[in-house]
Design a protein around this ligand. Structure first.
Ligand code: GLC
Length: 800
C-alpha cells in the first residue's frame, strides 16, 4: 500500500504534524477538538471532508445544489458519505473513516493534502486506505479504497457505500416534501445508481417557486459488479436506527430497491476476498452533470472504473496544484511562514474561498460582492488573468446606479440588495490593485452589463460605484455607514442613512486619491479634479471630526451615538479605524504612531489584535447583530483574523518590523496549532476568528477555511513583511522584517518575467535597502524596473 514515509514531522502535537515538505497535514487520531477538514474543489465540483470521514458534496453551488445531505454539526460530525467494511464470516463491521461506526481502530491517520485527502485505518487486521479527490476536468469525486489483509487467514469482506441524496437546496428543511420528487435508478451495466429530482427550489423563468426541474443528474458508481444495491433509506438503516448500526450491515445484503417511492439514498455493495498479505483497490465515484451531459457522465463513469485512469487523474490533480502554487515561493528563517505562504494560504483562498465557497463552519455558496473580490487578489502574483475574470464577474452584478448585490448566487442569479455602504467600493479597489500588478489598463475598456442596464465600460462601472458613495455623505462631510460597512454586524447603526463610518472614510479616501490618477490618465479631467477635491475634504473632515485624542473613532449612529471613543464603556477602540488611517495615509505621522500605539496597548493581546475592545455585553438593535454575539465571540470583541492582517500591514507601513512580526507570529495558525486543546482549529488554515478576552474560551479559534483572512494574510506576508510589492513603475523591494532574520529569498512572477530575489540583512535592521544588484548591475533605488523580456532575473538586495 503506498505510504509516504515522512522522515521529519513538523510542528507535531498529539493530534498530528506537517509532512516534511509542508504539503500534507497528517492527523494521527480521529478525535481532534473540532472537525479538521479539507475543502476539495476544481471550481466546478467540490466537497468537504473531515478527518473522521464526515462532510458533503456539491456541484457549482453548495447552497443551491448540494448533491448529498448536509447538517452543520461540529460536535457530532455525523453527516457524511460513508464506506463500511463487513467481514462476511463474522458478520462484524466497521467503517473506513472513523465515522460513523466509531470502532477504536488499531491505527488511524488522515492526511489532508493539496487537492486530496487520504484516510488510512486498520481494524481487525484489515488495513484500508481511502483516497478522495476530484479530477481536474470533471464534476465528480473519486474514492479509491485499497484493502489489505494483514491477518494470516483468507478474509471474505464486503464493502458498502452509503450516502443520502440532497439534489438541490441545502440545508434540507422539508425532507418529507422533497423526498417525493427524488428518484433513483440502478443501471447494472454500469454498476451505477442514477439519481434525479423533479423539483428544485429555485425560481423558474417566470419567477415561480417550486415549479422547476432540478436540471442535473447525479450518479454513484463502483468499478466492479455489485452484489446488491439500495436506494431506500429505511431499508438501509432500519427503523429508528442510524448510520452507526444500520440494518443493512447486520444483514449483509441490500434490498435492490430503487424508484420514485423512497426516501432516497445510495448504497452499493461489493464483495472482496483477500488472501493473507493480499491487497485490492476498489473505486467508487460520486458526481453530477447537467442533464444534457448524460453521455459525458457515462464516459466518466467508465473511465474512472479503471484503476490506471484513476491513478493518472490523481497525479494530474497533484501536478495541477503543484504548478499553480509554484510562485511566489519564499524561503525565510521561519518554517511556519514558508509553509503557510507557499502552500496553504493560497490553497485555502483558491480551493476554499473562490472555488468551493463553503466549508464546515459556513456553507456559503454565493459570491460575496466584497468577499470574493478581495480573495481574488490571491491570483495577482500567480495568474492575474484570474483576478481579471473575477473583477468582470463582480462588475456584472452591479446596478446602473452603482450599487451592487451584497452577495449573489450563481445558478439562480439572485441576491439581496442592501444599503451596505462599502461593498461597491471593492470593485475600484481591486481594479487598482490589478492595475498595479499588470499595468493592463485595457481592462478599463472591457464592456460589462449592469444587472438592470446595457453594457458599459468597467471604467464607468468603477466611477458609478465611487459616485454613488459620494452621494451618501452626512452634512458634516463623512460617509454614511448605511446598513453596515466591511463590518456586516454593524447593520443597525445607519439604517436611517444618518450614521457615519470613519473606517469607510479611510477606505474611500484611498480609492478617491488613487482612482483620480486613473481618471486623469483617461483624460476625464473634471472627474479627476472632483475626486481629488473630495478626497482632500474627506481627509480634513476625518481628522477634524473623528480624532479621539489617541485614536480614531469608528462610527456614529443614526441617533448620534459615537462608537469607538474613550468616553464609551464598551467598544472604546476599533482596529479598522486605526489600521486603515495608516494604510491609506489619512493620519499624519504623529497620529499614525499614536493610533498604532493605542492598538498595541489596548487591542493587541496574546493571540493578536482584537477587532475592538471591550466587547458589547447587551444586544442593541441600534448597533446591529454584532452586539448580539456573546461577548468576545467573532466580531464582538474577538480577534477577527481578516482585520488583524491589516494591523500587520499598518505596522509594516510604520516600519515597526518587530511588532509586525510579533503580531503575525501570534496569530499564525501553525503556531496556534501547537496548543490544540486551547485553540481547537486546523493548524494549516486561517480561522475567521479567535475568541477574545471577554469570552471564557479566550484563544479558541473557529470558522476556519471560509474566511477572507487567507488571501489577506498571504498578501501581508509577501508584500508587507517581505515587502515585495507591485507599483505602477515596477516591483518595489521594501522588507519590514524582524532584525534577527539574516536573509530570505523569494521567487516571483512579475509582468511576464521571473524574479529570483535574495535579500540579505547583515546589519540586522528591520527596514531599509541600501543596494540592489539586478543581474549583476548595482543600483541604489529599491525599485526593480520591469524588463518584460520573459527571462529569469536575479536580484540581490542588501538591507542596512
Ligand atoms: C464576514 C463577511 C465579510 C465581512 C466580515 C466582517 O466575513 O463575509 O464580508 O467583511 O464578515 O464583518
Amino acid at each position: 500500500m503506498p505510504q509516504t514515509l515522512h522522515s521529519e514531522r513538523l510542528f507535531e502535537t498529539k493530534y498530528g504534524y506537517f509532512s516534511e515538505d509542508g504539503r500534507e497535514y497528517v492527523i494521527t487520531r480521529p478525535d481532534t477538538p473540532r472537525p479538521w477538514v479539507n475543502v476539495l474543489s476544481n471550481g466546478n465540483y467540490s466537497l468537504v471532508i473531515s478527518q473522521t470521514g464526515g462532510g458533503f458534496s456539491w456541484f457549482k453551488n453548495s447552497n443551491l445544489n448540494a448533491i448529498t445531505i448536509w447538517r452543520q454539526d461540529l460536535i457530532k460530525d455525523d453527516v457524511g458519505k460513508f464506506l463500511y467494511i463487513r467481514d462476511r464470516d463474522s458478520g462484524r463491521y466497521w467503517s473506513v473513516g472513523w465515522k460513523p461506526v466509531c470502532r477504536t481502530p488499531q491505527a488511524y491517520t488522515c492526511r489532508h493534502g493539496i487537492g486530496y485527502s487520504i484516510i488510512c485505518s486498520r481494524n481487525e487486521d484489515i488495513e484500508s486506505e481511502l483516497v478522495v479527490f476530484i479530477p481536474q476536468d470533471s464534476s465528480l469525486e473519486i474514492w479509491k479504497v485499497t484493502l489489505r489483509n494483514h491477518s494470516s487467514t483468507r478474509r471474505n469482506l464486503s464493502l458498502f457505500s452509503y450516502l443520502e441524496w440532497c439534489l438541490g437546496v441545502s440545508p434540507e428543511t422539508h425532507r418529507e416534501f422533497h423526498k417525493t420528487f427524488i428518484e433513483t435508478q440502478f443501471d447494472a451495466n454500469l454498476n451505477t445508481l442514477w439519481a434525479r429530482n423533479r423539483l428544485w427550489e429555485v425560481r423558474n423563468s417566470k419567477g415561480v417557486h417550486r415549479n422547476r426541474d432540478w436540471e442535473f443528474l447525479a450518479f454513484h458508481s463502483v468499478n466492479q459488479s455489485v452484489s446488491s444495491f439500495e436506494g431506500d433509506k429505511e431499508a438501509f438503516l432500519g427503523r429508528y436506527r442510524s448510520e452507526v448500526y444500520p440494518l443493512a450491515l447486520e444483514k449483509g445484503i441490500l434490498t435492490n430497491t430503487d424508484g420514485k417511492w423512497n426516501d432516497s439514498v445510495a448504497s452499493l455493495h461489493v464483495d472482496v476476498t483477500l488472501d493473507p498479505g493480499e491487497e485490492k483497490s476498489i473505486i467508487f465515484t460520486l458526481g453530477a452533470v447537467e442533464i444534457k451531459d448524460e453521455k459525458v457522465a457515462i464516459e466518466w463513469i467508465k473511465c474512472y472504473q479503471e484503476l490506471s485512469k484513476v491513478d493518472l487523474a490523481l497525479e494530474e490533480t497533484k501536478a495541477f496544484w503543484e504548478k499553480l502554487l509554484q510562485t511566489p515561493r519564499v524561503e525565510t528563517p521561519d518554517r511556519a511562514f514558508d509553509i503557510l505562504t507557499n502552500i496553504w494560504l493560497k490553497y485555502q483562498a483558491i480551493s476554499g474561498r473562490l472555488w468551493a465557497r463553503a466549508a464546515y463552519y459556513q456553507q456559503g455558496g454565493a459570491y460575496g460582492f466584497r468577499d470574493q473580490l478581495q480573495d481574488s487578489q490571491i491570483f495577482l502574483p500567480i495568474n492575474p488573468d484570474k483576478t481579471r475574470e473575477q473583477i468582470l464577474l463582480h462588475a456584472r452584478h452591479q446596478f446602473a446606479n452603482g450599487t451592487v448585490y451584497h452577495w449573489w448566487h450563481n445558478l439562480s442569479e439572485e441576491g439581496p440588495v442592501t444599503r451596505s455602504s462599502d461593498d461597491l467600493l471593492w470593485l475600484p479597489y481591486v481594479v487598482l490593485n490589478y492595475l498595479k500588478e499588470t499595468t493592463d489598463f485595457s481592462i478599463l475598456d472591457e464592456k460589462v452589463r449592469y444587472i438592470d442596464a446595457e453594457e458599459d465600460s468597467l471604467y464607468n462601472h468603477c466611477c458609478r460605484a465611487i459616485d454613488c458613495v459620494l452621494t451618501r455623505f452626512s452634512p458634516r462631510g463623512l460617509p454614511l455607514i448605511g446598513e453596515g460597512d466591511w463590518n456586516d454586524g454593524l447593520n443597525g447603526l445607519g439604517c436611517d442613512m444618518k450614521g457615519e463610518s470613519i473606517w469607510l472614510g479611510h477606505f474611500l479616501y484611498g480609492i478617491l486619491r488613487e482612482f483620480a490618477m486613473v481618471v486623469q490618465k483617461k483624460g476625464d479631467v473634471n472627474r479627476a479634479r472632483e475626486y481629488q477635491t473630495r478626497a482632500a475634504r474627506l481627509k480634513k473632515a476625518i481628522n477634524e471630526l473623528a480624532w479621539d485624542g489617541n485614536w480614531y473613532l469608528r462610527a456614529t449612529g443614526d441617533d448620534g451615538r459615537v462608537l469607538g471613543s474613550v468616553r464609551n464603556s464598551e467598544a472604546k477602540i476599533f482596529l479598522n479605524a486605526q489600521t486603515w488611517a495608516i494604510i491609506n495615509e489619512v493620519a499624519d505621522n504623529d497620529r499614525a504612531e499614536k493610533a498604532m500605539n493605542s492598538v498595541e496597548e489596548i487591542l493587541d493581546r496574546e493571540y493578536g489584535p482584537l477587532l475592538f475592545y471591550p466587547a458589547f455585553t447587551h444586544t442593541d438593535e441600534a448597533i446591529g447583530y454584532l452586539s448580539r454575539y456573546a461577548p468576545g465571540v467573532r466580531e464582538n470583541g474577538g480577534l477577527y483574523t481578516h482585520a488583524a492582517t491589516w494591523a500587520i500591514m499598518a505596522e509594516c507601513i510604520l516600519g515597526r518590523g518587530e511588532r509586525a512580526y510579533q503580531m503575525y507570529t501570534k496569530l499564525c495558525p501553525i503556531n496556534r496549532g501547537m496548543n490544540p486543546d486551547l485553540y481547537f482549529c486546523e493548524p494549516y488554515v486561517t480561522p475567521g476568528n479567535v475568541e477574545g478576552p471577554d469570552s471564557p474560551h479566550f484563544g479558541r479559534g473557529g470558522w476556519t477555511w471560509y474566511t477572507g483572512s487567507a488571501a489577506w494574510l498571504f498578501q501581508v506576508c509577501v508584500e508587507w513583511i517581505l515587502g515585495i510589492r507591485p507599483t505602477y513603475d515596477g516591483l518595489l523591494i521594501d522588507p519590514c522584517i524582524p532584525k534577527h532574520w539574516e536573509n530570505f529569498k523569494m521567487k516571483r512572477l512579475f509582468r511576464g518575467d521571473v524574479y529570483e530575489i535574495e535579500v540579505v540583512n547583515p546589519n540586522h535592521v528591520n527596514k531599509g535597502v541600501v543596494e540592489l544588484v539586478i543581474d549583476g548591475r548595482s543600483q541604489k533605488s529599491n525599485l526593480v524596473t520591469p524588463f518584460k523580456n520573459g527571462e529569469i532575473h536575479r536580484v540581490r538586495v542588501i538591507m542596512g
